[in-house]
Design a protein around this ligand. Structure first.
Ligand SMILES: Nc1nc2c(ncn2[C@@H]2O[C@H](COP(=O)(O)OP(=O)(O)OP(=O)(O)O)[C@@H](O)[C@H]2O)c(=O)[nH]1
Ligand SMILES: [Mg+2]
Length: 440
């Protein structure tokens, strides 16, 4: 599934990885490769157009996340947008809090409704439910038989809907509901008739069933192999009878993926499962994020990004250690350090690792107070670049000016300078330098 699309996108990713910087020019080239890949995968052209516009806007606007090079940054954006058009966060199957829940499956002829009824029954049984299968496909005599056979082979109960019963559909449904409640069936999985094309007769029939059933989920079953036809017919079903979810079938074949990549944007309905084979166990819960990673051929992109965020911190810490060793540590660095510590949250944990002696002792105490961090940062912000690099410049009048600028009392500025100088002195002692060097 998605092999061709993955292959083409992989080319784009390779191209981007080879570039040191993302420029207007190479971004345009990458986007062109991506557009072609999507169009060849039969993705709806409007979806492609919007997708491209969003990537462009984000790629040019976004600040580079520490640890990711600009190309990886674009790849992350593509990944996130891909997950978004596949539906974003996972949407689980809805169950009614007044059982039985009713799942009504609709779709064109041969899309896989009846097969999916069996798969779904198996899936819900797997989470401890007790499904009952019923078919409202009255046109083809074989239709009832097909679902009956599937139910029997999987060991699930099947409720026979005869023409006689359906002569008064409301009564038939009432009976069906009483039957389910009495026997504790939940959910009812309802198969319906398909047609080669969307036509009024089919829609009227489905609306009638929908009106009497009042289903918890109306699930559109679409054949992914038919690409944009599946998307167009989904749109028609959505307009005429209203849908709540989508199941795409036959994603095991050589479906190019266009249906999967367009259907959520076009219908506004989430894909909840995908069918990946004819057998009853070939139904998978649909995870948009994972699918995006799979399409991009990089199952590990998410961990890569998480790692990059860690690495950004590590790089910063290494730089600080280097500066401390060379005694180039300034008030500016001091501020970065305390802001960073605040970000990390578990301050006391971190400070627990520092030697609790001399100036460090006070520093630790001062830093544990979160407000103090904000105040210290404000004080440093009010200093000039020279003052930050060389606190010895801070005479009385400068301190008074900084106090006014930061809105903090002069004694707090004195305290900050004292702690900083204490720290500098500590750094001169070889044992501490060794310690900091070792932290790397
Ligand atoms: N490869 C593959 N085949 C599938 C999948 N789902 C269904 N099929 C096959 O598709 C064909 C049609 O499936 P049905 O379940 O009968 O389709 P239907 O929508 O009920 O068809 P009608 O009742 O005629 O409208 C069967 O041969 C199924 O085995 C799938 O996920 N993968
Ligand atoms: Mg069928």
């Amino acid at each position: 599934m998605f092999d061709q699309l993955s292959g083409r996108l992989e080319k784009m990713l390779k191209f981007l990885r080879g570039e040191v910087k993302v420029t207007d020019k190479n971004l345009a080239e990458a986007l062109k490769m991506m557009r072609l890949a999507f169009l060849e995968a039969d993705v709806n052209y409007r979806v492609v157009r919007d997708f491209e516009a969003r990537i462009k806007e984000k790629a040019l606007g976004e600040e580079v996340l520490g640890g990711l090079n600009p190309a990886q940054q674009v790849i992350k954006i593509v990944h996130d947008e891909l997950a978004a058009i596949l539906g974003g966060a996972e949407k689980p199957l809805q169950f009614s809090n007044r059982p039985p829940s009713i799942f009504m499956l609709v779709g064109l002829q041969g899309s896989g409704k009846t097969t999916t009824c069996g798969k779904l029954a198996r899936w819900v049984a797997g989470i401890g439910k007790n499904p009952l299968l019923v078919s409202f496909d009255m046109k083809r005599p074989a239709a009832q038989e097909q679902l009956k056979t599937i139910s029997a082979s999987l060991g699930f109960p099947f409720y026979e809907m005869t023409s006689a019963r359906m002569a008064s559909p409301k009564e038939a449904l009432k009976e069906l509901k009483i039957h389910s409640v009495n026997r504790g069936y939940d959910p009812l999985i309802v198969d319906t008739a398909g047609r080669l094309h969307v036509d009024d007769e089919l829609m009227d029939e489905l609306r009638l069933v929908r009106d009497i059933l009042n289903p918890t989920e109306v699930v559109y079953v679409g054949d992914a192999m038919t690409g944009q036809d599946a998307v167009r017919s989904a749109q028609a079903f959505e307009e005429k009878i209203g849908l709540s979810a989508v199941i795409l079938t036959k994603l095991d074949g050589d479906a190019r993926g266009g249906a999967a990549l367009s259907i959520v944007s076009v219908t506004g309905r989430p894909i909840k499962f995908i069918g990946v084979g004819e057998k009853p166990d070939k139904l998978e819960v649909f995870h948009p994020e994972r699918m995006a990673s799979r399409i991009l051929g990089m199952g590990d992109i998410l961990s890569l990004i998480e790692k990059a965020q860690d690495e950004a911190d590590v790089a910063e810490a290494e730089e600080m250690a280097r500066k401390l060793r060379k005694q180039e540590f300034t008030l500016e660095d001091f501020k970065k350090q305390i802001v960073q510590m605040k970000k990390m949250g578990s301050l006391s944990d971190l400070l627990g690792h520092l030697p609790q002696v001399g100036p460090f002792k006070n520093l630790a105490k001062a830093q544990v107070d979160e407000r103090k961090i904000v105040h210290f940062a404000a004080i440093i912000d009010s200093m000039t670049v020279e003052e930050r690099a060389n606190p010895r410049l801070l005479n009385g009048s400068r301190r008074a000016r900084i106090a006014r600028g930061s809105g903090r009392p002069v004694y707090e500025i004195n305290q900050l300078v004292k702690q900083f100088q204490g720290m500098q002195r500590m750094m001169k002692s070889s044992s501490v330098r060794k310690l900091v060097g070792g932290l790397k």
